[in-house]
Design a protein. Structure first.
Length: 423
């Protein structure tokens, strides 16, 4: 077993801190220049958010505290219900029940920026303010555990609702994140593992294997399996992946190396990195998804592993991309509330409202993710349907990230990845 029980108690950061500062060459093609420039600017800013940009809804963004401590990285982007997570048998009721304020309330919402966060504004915040006129939102990005840690340690909480990887909320439950009371949620309406002690899942995103059709124009000769991704002799060209645990960096090489989907967890990181060694010189290990998206947009990679929501953005921009439907990893994205937030009751109410069938369907339609509420019935665009891991386009299988396992081994695994990338 590759894991060390004594290495699991350090703090981890699932979003903003890159695993390595790798210089990436970039060229700018003429296709959709405005779109490309926007993506490039986001990548150079080094954010992990949706194109890394900040979004404003009803007022200017608040300043973000920057943590100076080094924390382990993990994506806040997106995953799915955990196959190994313990299902919620009842909504949590750990916080003191407080009546919702009737006076003005401003909630600071922390997302991933760009088009993705605008979708969250439209799908979640606008309907909530319509139903609760006294509640408005300030939007900022990117979300990070480092930012939460800095605020909690300083006793100065500026964020109220934070997008987070469930394993990060689980790992820091009760220390950096509040234990949530969500009695309005019926566990039967959600996949098992969606409602954790310190998080509530808000959508499922899928880091999918895909290729640039320009590099493989003949469908009969195009890559079709995960193993093909690691076969640069038969399928030449650069590969791209985000260098963190959340975006499938470890699951896919294990699957390509013959590990069965139901045997993936706990992750055998040394074995996965050994598989990466076979194509390391042909691979761009992007420090965040914004950088990877730019490389996809600029034809810097022939094949890549990138979350469905970002693939959708490029499809909508006219980039010719085709997913490889072999076995696709799914990852849960979630809401959490920083420990000590004085607006906890309002934050909890907004969270519960945002995962109801209507808002859950709306976020799927706008951002190309999968709705978390089982009663949701989204009306997807043609491109959104193409990347819908639970739709008809997926002719393969899926495997859900195991939230509890990743949380348990996050620090030891991240250390191994860091050492390998910098070795």
């Amino acid at each position: 077993m590759p894991h060390n029980e004594q290495s699991r108690d350090a703090l981890g950061d699932p979003v903003s801190d890159p695993l390595a500062n790798h210089g990436l060459s970039r060229t700018t093609r003429s296709h959709n220049d405005q779109h490309r420039l926007r993506i490039r600017a986001a990548a150079q800013a080094g954010t992990a958010g949706e194109e890394g940009s900040r979004v404003t809804k009803t007022s200017r963004l608040r300043g973000v505290l920057i943590a100076t401590s080094i924390v382990a990285v993990g994506a806040l982007l997106t995953a799915c219900s955990s196959s190994g997570a313990s299902p919620s048998s009842s909504p949590h009721a750990t916080s003191t029940k407080v009546a919702l304020p009737t006076g003005p309330v401003s909630l600071t919402f922390v997302g991933y920026g760009g088009a993705g966060q605008q979708g969250q504004i439209d799908a979640w915040q606008t309907p909530y303010t319509a139903a609760h006129p006294n509640v408005t939102f300030q939007n900022t990005s990117p979300a990070s555990v480092a930012g939460v840690q800095a605020q909690v340690q300083a006793g100065n909480i500026q964020w109220d609702v934070v997008n987070v990887a469930p394993y990060a909320a689980t790992q820091n439950c009760g220390t950096l994140f509040e234990k949530l009371s969500v009695p309005k949620l019926d566990p039967k309406d959600f996949p098992a593992g969606t409602i954790g002690e310190c998080y509530v899942g808000n959508f499922t995103n899928s880091p999918m294997v895909a290729y640039n059709v320009k590099d493989f124009p003949d469908p009969s000769k195009a890559p079709k399996t995960i193993a093909d991704f690691f076969n640069t002799k038969k399928f030449p060209g650069k590969r791209g992946v985000v260098s963190d645990l959340q975006d499938g960096m470890i699951e896919y090489p294990l699957l390509a190396d013959g590990v069965k989907a139901d045997k993936l967890y706990p992750l055998d990181v040394p074995r996965a990195l050994k598989k990466w060694d076979t194509i390391k010189s042909d691979t761009i290990f992007a420090p965040n998804v914004g950088v990877l998206q730019q490389d996809v947009a600029n034809d810097q990679v022939s094949m890549f592993i990138m979350v469905a929501s970002r693939v959708l953005v490029e499809l909508n921009a006219g980039v010719q991309i085709k997913p490889i439907w072999d076995t696709t990893v799914t990852a849960l994205n979630a809401f959490a509330v920083p420990k000590g937030d004085t607006k906890l009751a309002s934050a909890e109410d907004f969270i519960q409202a945002s995962v109801q069938p209507g808002p859950s369907a709306a976020i799927a339609e706008k951002d190309g993710v999968s709705p978390i509420n089982l009663k949701s019935k989204p009306n997807l665009s043609a491109n959104a349907a193409l990347v819908n891991v639970f739709g008809k386009s997926n002719t393969g299988k899926t495997v859900a990230q195991n939230v509890e396992s990743i949380a348990k081994y996050n620090n030891a695994d991240t250390l191994l990845i860091n050492q390998w990338l910098n070795g």
